[in-house]
Design a protein around this ligand. Sequence first.
Ligand SMILES: [Zn+2]
Ligand SMILES: [Zn+2]
Ligand SMILES: [Zn+2]
Length: 211
Amino acid sequence: MDIDLDQLPMPDWDLLCPTCRYPLKGLPAHRCPECGAALDIPAIVRPWSRLRPPQFTGEEEAFPDFGLHCGACAEPLAGAEHRECPHCQSPFNPREFVPRHEWFAVTAAMCGGLPTQIVELILEQQYIPFVTHDHKTMFDIYMGSRSVGAQMLVHREFYFDMLWHIRAKQTELAQRQAAGSGKTWTCPACREEVPDHFDLCWSCQHERMPD
Ligand SMILES: [Zn+2]
Ligand SMILES: [Zn+2]
Ligand SMILES: [Zn+2]
């Protein structure tokens, strides 16, 4: 998904001038009318900024493949119509899947086996608002271990978007595996072995170098 961060007038992204806190919504230029500061929008935007509405509401006519399962028979709900399980016909309410908290913690089950770094990249690339919540211990800080206990919080409004994109990535990975393209490249920065189809290192997000 591509969003032009430099578009004018400025959309309602709930951004403030970093110098004087003036709200930037509706500005015709990238200059703060209050304090005169030049505004570098990509630098002001944060991972939790809401730059777009959700693509999915869970109310779609044919239930998209969110990787969700029927509570009654445990079969996948993908493709369900009329809010009924396609396997056992039990009714379901899409809203009941949505986490209760406004910002919910992304669990391993939601990631469906994808490393958290990949999920973080998906969230970034799809402009899904999220916060990283670091529970670092003194040991982690002194010993330099990375992403220990790092927890991602995603806005509830984007629950279905997150699931759909995780599911799409899982499918893509499965297809590549089936096609036998198990190639990897070695990250020049952290030496991580990264699957061929990623252009950024999934561990440190360093760019891939030409072979
Ligand atoms: Zn200002
Ligand atoms: Zn069922
Ligand atoms: Zn790396």
